[in-house]
Design a protein around this ligand. Structure first.
Ligand SMILES: [Mn+2]
Length: 296
């Protein structure tokens, strides 16, 4: 598989590493998350190279490596361990269900970080239907790993999860309902702009309104929209001093209309584009993957 049908660089030379984590074994309302990585990459072929917001073509400046797909839970951690020590790389992992996130952070993050966690669900269960590594438990594991959680878009939780959000000093939570107010949106963007240190961004695609992303494992009424998500990317990548080491997009299920995967592919392009500007690529020499292809 390729990103935007562009040539693949070697892993050690690439600016962007895309992991395909085809893992969706934990119990979900719907099945099919394991097929999402390739469906999102296929959909990326439909996304223009030019970023109309940031007014440059990110892939003229950046190279990309799409890694071999991962099908074993035990392999997920390793996908992030072999990132280059010689150059800065952004690791974007396409899931899979949300149980993959704590494995990815185990491999990628060397010290306590802030996890920006976009999700409709709190995902703070210790176990879910007897499964410790379920799509309902990632936030629990991330806290256990010593990270701080900035939760965004939450609108579904168990009572014990609500209590934990209130009591745990390592959790900041912006509920979806509150985010309907402009003032709270602004407050969140300000908070993200003030982040420092290592950051990991986990985007459960069910954070979006199901009208925009209909096909996810556990859809939930309410939800944020695409433009607010790009505001979050801007605050994180361009306005803050944080160093974003990795991103994941999880819980998507490919569907016939392709609307959900096209949304995810566009979001993926924006993530790469904003990170690129944060690293100053748009004023560097054009050595990117798009320079190797003739088609527009
Ligand atoms: Mn989730």
């Amino acid at each position: 598989m390729q990103y935007q049908f562009l040539p693949n660089s070697k892993k050690e030379d690439a600016d962007i590493i895309i992991n395909r984590v085809c893992w969706g074994e934990s119990v979900s309302a719907k099945k099919g998350t394991a097929d999402a990585p390739d469906a999102i990459l296929k959909a990326s072929e439909q996304i223009e190279y030019y970023d109309e917001d940031l007014e440059y073509s990110p892939m003229k400046y950046m190279s990309v490596h799409v890694a071999k797909s991962i099908h074993e839970f035990e392999q997920i951690k390793r996908a992030c361990e072999s990132v280059s020590k010689l150059k800065k790389q952004l690791v974007v992992s396409l899931g899979g269900d949300h149980s993959i996130t704590p494995q990815l952070t185990l491999g990628l993050l060397k010290k306590p970080a802030t996890i920006v966690f976009l999700d409709a669900h709190a995902d703070l269960r210790r176990t879910y239907l007897g499964d410790e590594n379920s799509h309902a438990t990632p936030a629990f594991h991330l806290l256990k790993q010593g990270h701080k959680l900035l939760m965004v878009g939450i609108r579904s939780m168990f009572e014990s999860e609500a209590l934990r959000i209130k009591e745990d000093k390592n959790i900041s939570c912006f509920m979806d309902r509150a985010l309907q107010r402009e003032s709270v949106k602004k407050e969140l963007l300000k908070k993200i702009s003030s982040l420092e240190g290592d950051v990991y961004l986990s985007i459960d695609m069910d954070v979006f309104n199901p009208a925009f992303v209909p096909s996810v494992g556990t859809p939930q009424a309410g939800g944020i929209d695409y433009y607010f998500a790009t505001d979050i990317l801007r605050a994180l990548f361009l306005d803050s001093n944080a160093e974003v080491l990795g991103v994941d997009l999880v819980e998507l299920i490919p569907e016939e209309s392709n609307v959900s995967e096209l949304f995810a592919a566009k979001l993926l392009q924006k993530i790469i584009s904003y990170w690129g500007v944060s690293q100053g690529f748009q004023i560097k020499e054009k050595l990117g993957a798009q320079m190797q292809v003739k088609y527009e």
